[in-house]
Design a protein around this ligand. Structure first.
Ligand code: ADP
Length: 252
């Protein structure tokens, strides 16, 4: 069975400051279908927004964001767990930091766990450990985490469900004529050096972190699919019907 890593960004999971039940519900129904065909690993952001449901604390300092994330991580897992149980699927939380991929021993331990969870049809839900990964909150992105997850945990492909439906030849916010690039076999140095630009208050990565993730995977002979997390139809067609309609496939 092929193994896919699905990364979902905070934009997709949140509506204003709160978790969007509708989108999390749609995501879970998609994941349940995917798990019939693939081994699935989810990399999920959204802990800070989830924290906003529980405590009234502003996101205006690192420690406040840590508080929101640590309160919210537990709540986010509760939301996933409550929905996935309807599909008879259990979920497991794994919190990682970049350091875990620097150590061969730590990576091997984590991979054994992921392998075991997949074998038992339990959905691993991975997030960065915000208690010690301060950079992630300040300018963090689960894009690079998810690329590491796909590579080190033997994923066949990384699928990024974003607020944008693909990679455009120019910034679609500023250029109405920008066109989506359906297939990207390699990335140029200039593309990887674009200024990292957070899409909004919640997004912390922007397109550059996604391109860097794609570049890392391309260099390691793996592929990445960037598609909309708001409307999952392109993700459904690509992963479940084997038809690529929208989205950008980064593949050599
Ligand atoms: P997420 O929350 O899903 O991780 P981000 O909002 O951080 O996503 O990053 C995606 C955003 O990057 C898009 O919504 C868009 O505003 C911006 N962007 C800038 N240039 C491009 C481009 N060439 N193609 C696609 N998106 C771009």
């Amino acid at each position: 069975m092929k193994r896919v890593v699905i990364k979902v960004g905070s934009h997709v999971l949140s509506d204003k400051d709160k978790i969007s039940e509708e989108r999390v519900g749609n995501l879970c129904s998609f994941l349940a279908k995917l798990m019939q065909k693939y081994e699935v690993i989810l990399v999920s952001s959204g802990a800070i927004s989830a924290g906003g449901h529980k405590v009234n604390i502003k996101k205006d300092s690192v420690v406040n964001r840590q508080i929101l994330a640590s309160v919210g991580q537990a709540y986010l897992m509760e939301i996933y767990s409550d929905i996935m149980v309807k599909y008879d699927i259990s979920v497991a939380q794994i919190l990682l930091t970049a350091r875990d991929f620097d150590s061969r021993k730590a990576t091997a331990h984590a991979k054994n766990l992921v392998d075991g969870l997949c074998k038992n049809k339990i959905l691993p839900i991975i997030n960065e450990n915000d208690a010690t990964a301060i950079e992630e909150i300040v300018f963090g992105d689960n894009d690079s985490l998810s690329a590491n997850v796909a590579y080190y945990f033997n994923g066949d492909m990384l699928v990024i469900l974003s607020d944008i439906d693909g990679y455009y030849d120019d910034n679609p916010n500023t250029n109405k004529n920008a066109k989506i690039r359906p297939l990207v076999p390699s990335l140029k140095k200039e593309e990887l050096e674009l200024k990292a630009d957070a899409g909004s208050e919640f997004g912390t990565g922007g397109i550059v972190t996604k391109l860097k993730a794609a570049n890392f995977l391309l260099n390691n002979n793996k592929s990445m699919f960037l598609t909309s997390g708001f409307d999952l139809k392109d993700a459904y067609s690509f992963l479940l019907d084997g038809k690529k309609i929208g989205g950008t496939l980064f593949k050599r």
